[in-house]
Design a protein around this ligand. Structure first.
Ligand SMILES: [Cu+2]
Length: 193
């Protein structure tokens, strides 16, 4: 009796895990009210691209890219599952797009700040959308910063409690890296083009 109960428990756990898509990849549902023309043609690879000037990168963050993590994602990724790495001293130009009626924002912060309810200030000067604590809906914003210190940071949504709920990507500033790279989930990091 005990053995068959155990078997049932293990079996149903396995069955449940087989049916649950991996976090960040549930594209089966739709978030209502998205202004899709705001990010037409944007892909996950647009998260990090070489900039137009030397030693610079372009980041395109789309909040609520899809339904992953209840819409609290950037280009489909949340909980630091996309890792952007930029050499120290490179200029970072960010375009932030929120096509949704729910407010979101973007801010560069220390990785540990993603555990906070509120992120008061960007870690690097200029590194946030305007009024990141109130966020914005159905629109775009641009900001630039130049990280002058190596370390593990995050590009997080600055709307209170969203980073805590996983609305952030990992952002590493590296003293060793010669070129910017991006890593999606368990895939190897790749040089951006
Ligand atoms: Cu958010």
């Amino acid at each position: 009796m005990l053995r068959s109960t155990l078997f049932l428990l293990v079996f149903s756990a396995l069955a449940a895990s087989a049916q649950t898509p991996p976090p960040g990849h549930d594209h089966t549902m739709e978030i209502p009210g998205l202004k899709k023309e705001l990010f037409a043609g944007v892909t996950a690879d647009d998260l990090l691209r070489p900039g137009t000037t030397p030693n610079s990168v372009k980041i395109m963050l789309v909040a609520t890219f899809n339904a992953a993590n209840y819409g609290m994602n950037f280009n489909g990724y949340s909980h630091g599952k996309a890792v952007l790495t930029v050499p120290v001293g490179w200029k970072v130009d960010v375009t932030f797009i929120n096509p949704s009626p729910i407010p979101h924002s973007a801010i560069i912060c220390e990785k540990a700040d993603t555990k906070k309810l509120q992120i008061p200030e960007p870690y690097f000067t200029g590194g946030a959308t305007p009024k990141h604590l109130t966020g914005q809906t159905m629109g775009k914003a641009e900001f630039s910063f130049t990280p002058d210190e190596a370390g593990e940071f995050a590009l997080a949504c600055g709307f209170p409690s969203h980073a805590l709920a996983g609305h952030w990507l990992a952002f590493n500033v590296s003293a060793e890296a010669k070129v910017p790279t991006i890593q999606f989930g368990d895939q190897p990091a790749k040089e951006v083009k």
